[in-house]
Write a protein that binds this ligand. Sequence first.
Ligand code: SF4
Length: 427
Amino acid sequence: MDFERIKEKLSILADAAKYDVSCSSSGSNRKNNNKGLGNSSGMGICHSYTEDGRCVSLLKILLTNHCIFDCAYCVTRKSNDIKRAAFQIQEVVDLTINFYRRNYIEGLFLSSGIFKNADYTMERLVAVAKKLREEENFNGYIHLKSIPGASDELMREAGLYADRLSVNIEIPTEKGLKLLAPDKDRKDFIKPMEKVKNEIIQYKSERKLLKKVPIYAPAGQSTQMIVGASGETDAEIMYTSAYFYKSFNLKRVYYSGYIPISHDHRLPSIGTAVPLLRENRLYQTDWLLRFYGFDIRELLNSDFPNLESDIDPKLSWALRNLDQFPIDINKADTRMLLRVPGLGTKSVHKIIQARRYRNLNWENLKSIGASLNRAKYFITCDSRIFETKDRTAAQLKGLILNNATSKFSSTLSAQLNLFESQTINSA
Ligand code: SF4
């Protein structure tokens, strides 16, 4: 093996893969029953992030950065003048096994530029996973990128070896996709997603009847959208997300702020990357859809197309719907409890459990872990209401933001005092 050449390929192809944030291992539980190599647990393999927030927990590489497409936002696009490389199938297998044995990684995230055509590329991705599983008995985590337009047969095979599959939607609107990735067609994402969804359902139901039926893509499928490359609103992004979650049972949608790595005239002229805060607000909205029972139309709509930057989307919704508050913490249903700013899913669960035995008071709520700094403005407890009376949404927002700032300042000054006293003591 030419180690210098492999090292060079690794540096090119790992660097090209870092812009893909759609790697996560949650939900997979592949047991090592056959004395093979590795184990991917239900807790998921470890995640770590580079300073710029990109996930690098797995051996995360492209099979090649050659690509026949020319997506404006992508560093790998064919018109970009960069050094190109391609791994052979066996090289990826060997790297994965070697890194795994040295405890550098717990799995593989393998994506690729499009070589020749979708099927040719997908075939090679599948071959890597197949070799790892069948020849190396590798039971670690494998996340394969599905190549848009790949055949049903290859997608079926991919799910038999990979824990997770993902196709990146990349651009949230069809208009944006036409402009920035003219070679791509939304139908080409939808076809493999549909296939994976159906296979997961079918394999699951067959396994109920016959234990021998293999598990198909146990960690499901995910996708990624680039935020800020095509001028879309937060509403456009989150409506696309909601549609894909619902239609294809996606496990996760990842939001990746556009990084201006490319100088293509089709891209917006933004000098810096999309702020992480926008990504963060989109993730918060995503959680509200998946775990808090919100409908996307409540959070974003034509009157309210973008998320607020100074407050989170749940507080923003509550302030726009003050007529629904305050709610009685001892009587309200789960749906409304989940809508109270400051109450997370765990707190709500504990409240429901605890109030079976007694009426809860403010102290009880504190010990449950509710964040009363926020929640107190939206609830009654012990028949008492906290300072909400006749306050407007703007006043409440001001109060909450002031509380947050003074809490931050007092934590900061406590930390400074501690630092000072430690410095004095150690002087
Ligand atoms: S198809 Fe994928 S790898 Fe190729 S240019 Fe488009 S985004 Fe980049």
